[in-house]
Design a protein around this ligand. Structure first.
Ligand code: MG
Length: 355
């Protein structure tokens, strides 16, 4: 594990710049949110692991309540003395894993992946009907619409109760100009495609279901069809409803059965997969896998996808490559930090030379 090789200044890199020791109000909000979210997570864990897991679930509940209580009394109580959203995610995941409850949403991920795969071809057909010149906008909007499926956010967690309607979400998206809207720059660069202005992209994928299948994959395959190599990098371990590297490979295999062009892109190595080494819903680019760094050696575009990866962490990171952040904001406080509100869309592009 090492710093991501495309960080411009690894020594100055900070994954999350929201210090919850200094910010009393922010700390109150996040401790309350993690406390509430943990309760809902355990309800899902009960469904996933069954009634025999009840003692483990109650033990995890007690442990995490203890952590939150301690942090309310002494915000610097964690090892290392820091407190931010990444540290809270780590504590939550450590608690779940230590009680054998490390994958409480796998049944919902499976359901959402199946539902999304059922309309994958329909999504591709709708995109194919749009002239290529206008297709990039639809692809980016697809990433936003897909990203609404997020069990890490209190505002969208209730969506776990029922399968998502991707087309309806597309229709309800906020119209441009978005909160952060560098789409025209991006579109200008892509106007001449193929070939694309980049040789190779690293895409940090986020959630399962519509997010990966209907948002990220249509974009990734379009970039690859324009002649660009695309590396999909996913978490090593399960966390919330994020795609793991194992999920990514399995779902790609199933999608290849539905999509002849994707099958060829995979066979030709135009779309590849690597583990990021990550095990939280945000990304700490000071600790990525060696295989990701090997794959990134000749990459000239980094795409960070999802609120946790692209806004809660890494929003201000500087890359030694072009850098695109795509996210739908599903938390009011996170949105407010970047001057927006709930369900705002972020399409922020920074050229290597600007960074
Ligand atoms: Mg996620």
């Amino acid at each position: 594990m090492a710093h991501f090789r495309l960080l411009k200044n690894p020594d100055k890199y900070v994954a999350v710049d929201w210090d919850l020791i200094e910010d009393d109000c922010g700390r109150g909000y996040w401790l309350g949110l993690f406390e509430k979210h943990f309760g809902t997570t355990l309800s899902h864990a009960l469904v996933r692991y069954g009634p025999t897991a009840r003692p483990k679930i109650e033990a995890a509940r007690g442990d995490f309540a203890g952590i939150i209580r301690r942090l309310r009394e002494d915000p610097s109580a964690l090892p290392g003395g820091r407190l931010n959203i990444i540290e809270l995610c780590r504590m939550r995941e450590r608690t779940l894993r230590s009680h054998g409850l490390g994958d409480p949403f796998s049944h919902i991920k499976d359901r959402e992946n199946t539902a999304a795969m059922a309309i994958y071809r329909q999504v591709l057909a709708r995109l194919a009907a749009v002239p290529r010149r206008r297709r990039w906008l639809r692809l980016i909007e697809g990433v936003f619409a897909g990203n609404i499926f997020d069990l890490g956010s209190a505002s969208t967690m209730h969506l776990a109760e029922q399968p998502q309607d991707f087309f309806r979400t597309m229709d309800l998206l906020k119209k441009r100009p978005w909160l952060a809207d560098d789409f025209d720059t991006l579109d200008g660069l892509l106007a001449a495609a193929p070939p694309t202005p980049w040789a190779k992209a690293i895409i940090f994928v986020d959630n399962a279901g519509s997010d990966f299948v209907l948002g990220v994959m249509p974009l990734a395959r379009e970039l690859a069809l324009c002649g660009m190599k695309v590396v999909l990098t996913a978490n090593e371990l399960p966390v919330l409803n994020d795609m793991t590297i194992e999920d990514t490979r399995r779902i790609l295999g199933l999608l290849a059965g539905l999509d002849g062009e994707l099958k060829i892109l995979l066979a030709d190595g135009m779309i590849q997969t690597v583990s990021s080494g990550n095990d939280i819903p945000l990304i700490d680019l000071s600790e990525v896998s060696d295989e990701l760094n090997a794959a990134a050696a000749d990459a000239d575009l980094v795409i960070m996808e999802g609120m946790g990866r692209a806004v809660e962490s890494n929003y201000r990171a500087e890359m030694a490559a072009d850098y695109l952040r795509l996210a739908l904001l599903k938390d009011e406080k996170v949105a407010a930090r970047v001057g927006g509100g709930l369900y705002d869309c972020v399409c922020r592009f920074t050229a290597k030379t600007d960074g």
